[in-house]
Design a binder for this molecule. Structure first.
Ligand code: PFF
Length: 443
C-alpha cells in the first residue's frame, strides 16, 4: 500500500487534533459569535447544535469513510471508485474550492496576525486604514502564506501533526484564560445574559439555513478536506468517535469564543450587533479601555492567528495531496506550486478593502472582491460540493460500502448503520439542496 509514501497520522489523537485544527478557525471565533448575536443568541446556538448533530456529523462520516477507504485526495478517491466518470468533477471542485478559500482566508488571517502588533502600538491605524495599506496587507498575507507553506512542507506527521499538536492546546488555554479574565470584569454578566438567554421568537427559516451554512463552513465540510485528512488514518482507528469528537470540539470552541466576546462588549458598553467588523473594529476598542487591555488584546489575536493557521494548513493540504497522489509530484515541490498559485489568486482579495479602488467597489450586490470570493467559494461551492459528495457516497459508492468502512475499527456502528444510511441518502442531500436554493435567491 502506498501509505508509507503518502504519510499517516501517528495516532488517533494526531488526526483528531489536526482535523479539529482545521475545523476551528476564523469561522468559530470571528464569525460564529456575530452570527449568533444577530440571530437570537442562545436560540440560534440550539438550532446550530441540531444542525451539527443531524446533518453535519452524518455528512462528515461520509467524507471520512470515503477518505479512509480509498486513501486518496477527493479527486483520487472518486477516480478510484468510478474511473473516468463525471463524478470526478466533484473532486476537482473540492480541490479548486480549497485553493480559492485559502486565497481570501489567508488575507484575513494576515490581518489577525498584524493585529497582534497593532495592539501594542497605541493609536496606530484604524481598521479601515489598516486594511487599505497595500504594502502592509500584502506583507502580512505573504508572512501568513509562508507560515502555512512551512508547516505543510514538513509533511503529515512531521509538519501538520507536529504543529497542530503544539498549537491546539496553546490555543485552548489562551481561550480559557481570556474567558476567566473577561467574565470577572464588572458589567460582563449582562453580556452573558444576552448571549445565553434564548429568544425563540427569532428562529425563522432563514435563521435555520444560516445555522446550517455556518455548520458546514465551521466543520470544514463540502470540499473533501475530511476525505483528505481521513486518507491518513490507520484502518484500526475509530472514525465514528474521532469524527464526533472533532465536531464537539469545534462546537465547544465556537460557543466559548462567544463567552469572551459578549461579556467583553457589555462590560465596555459596546454594541453586540456590529456584524462582521466586530472582531477588528469593536473588540480592539474594547480592549483599549480594559485593565490589562494590551495583554488581553495581544493574547486574543495570537489565539485567533493560531486558529487561522491550523485551518490554512488544511486548506493547502487538499490541493497538495492532489498533486502528490494524482500527478506524482514530490510533496515539497507540490506545496510550493500550490502555495505560489494561491498567493497570486489572493492578491486581488488583499487589495479589495480600499487599497485598489476598482477592486474595492461592489461587484455583485454589495460584495467587493473578497466578500464575493467568500460567497462563491465559502458558501456556494461548499454547499454544491457537499450535495454531490453526499449523493456520491450515499447512492453511487453506496451507503452499505461506506457503513462497512465506518464499522471497521468500530463494530458497534453496525447498529446505527440504517439510521446513518437514511440520513446520508435523504436528509443530507435534501437539506443541502434547500440551503442552495436559498443562496441562489440572493441573485
Ligand atoms: N473551518 C474553518 C473555519 O471555521 O474557520 C474554515 C475552513 C477550513 C473551511 C478548511 C473549509 C476547509 F476545508
Amino acid at each position: 500500500m502506498s501509505t508509507g509514501v503518502r504519510g499517516q497520522w501517528s495516532s488517533k489523537l494526531g488526526f483528531i487534533l489536526a482535523a479539529a485544527g482545521s475545523a476551528i478557525g476564523l469561522g468559530n471565533i470571528w464569525r460564529f459569535p456575530y452570527v449568533t448575536g444577530e440571530n437570537g443568541g442562545a436560540a440560534f446556538v440550539f438550532v446550530y447544535l441540531a444542525c451539527v448533530l443531524v446533518i453535519g456529523v452524518p455528512y462528515m462520516y461520509a467524507e471520512l469513510a470515503l477518505g479512509r477507504a480509498v486513501q486518496k485526495n477527493p479527486v483520487g478517491a472518486i477516480d478510484r471508485l468510478r474511473p473516468n466518470s463525471s463524478w470526478i468533477l466533484v473532486g476537482v471542485l473540492g480541490v479548486v474550492t480549497g485553493l480559492f478559500i485559502l486565497s481570501y482566508y489567508a488575507v484575513i488571517a494576515g490581518w489577525t496576525f498584524g493585529y497582534i502588533f497593532k495592539m501594542v502600538i497605541p493609536n496606530w491605524l484604524t481598521f479601515g486604514e489598516f486594511v487599505s495599506r497595500p504594502v502592509l496587507v500584502i506583507f502580512l498575507y505573504t508572512v501568513f502564506m509562508l507560515l502555512t507553506i512551512f508547516v505543510v512542507h514538513g509533511g503529515i506527521r512531521g509538519g501538520i501533526e507536529r504543529w497542530t499538536t503544539i498549537l491546539m492546546p496553546v490555543m485552548f488555554f489562551l481561550l480559557l484564560g481570556l474567558i476567566v479574565y473577561v467574565n470577572f470584569l464588572p458589567g460582563s454578566g449582562k453580556g452573558l445574559a444576552f448571549y445565553l438567554a434564548p429568544d425563540f421568537s427569532k428562529i425563522t427559516g432563514k435563521v435555520i439555513l444560516s445555522a446550517l451554512g455556518q455548520a458546514f463552513f465551521s466543520l470544514s465540510l463540502g470540499m473533501g478536506l475530511m476525505v483528505t485528512y481521513a486518507s491518513y488514518i490507520s484502518k484500526e482507528d475509530n472514525l465514528v468517535s474521532s469524527g464526533l469528537f472533532v465536531a464537539l470540539a469545534d462546537t465547544a470552541i465556537a460557543i466559548m469564543a462567544g463567552l469572551i466576546i459578549f461579556p467583553a462588549l457589555f462590560a465596555m458598553g459596546q454594541d453586540p450587533a456590529a456584524g462582521p467588523g466586530l472582531v477588528f473594529n469593536v473588540l480592539p476598542a474594547v480592549f483599549e479601555h480594559m485593565p490589562g487591555g494590551t495583554v488581553v488584546g495581544v493574547v486574543f489575536f495570537v489565539l485567533l492567528s493560531i486558529a487561522a493557521l491550523t485551518s490554512t494548513i488544511s486548506l493547502l493540504e487538499v490541493p497538495t495531496a492532489y498533486l502528490v497522489d494524482n500527478r506524482g509530484t514530490a510533496r515539497k515541490v507540490a506545496v510550493w506550486i500550490v502555495g505560489i498559485l494561491v498567493f497570486l489568486l489572493g492578491l486581488p482579495s488583499a487589495l479589495s478593502q480600499g487599497a485598489v479602488s476598482w477592486l474595492s467597489q461592489p461587484i455583485v450586490g454589495d460584495m467587493e472582491f473578497l466578500s464575493l470570493m467568500d460567497f462563491l467559494f465559502g458558501n456556494i461551492s461548499l454547499a454544491v460540493g457537499a450535495l454531490f459528495l453526499s449523493i456520491f457516497v450515499g447512492w453511487v459508492w453506496g451507503a452499505t460500502n461506506a457503513s462497512e468502512e465506518l464499522a471497521t475499527g468500530n463494530p458497534k456502528f453496525k447498529k446505527w448503520a440504517p439510521l446513518w444510511s437514511f440520513l446520508i441518502r435523504f436528509i443530507c442531500p435534501a437539506s443541502i439542496f434547500i440551503i442552495l436554493l436559498n443562496l441562489f435567491k440572493f441573485f
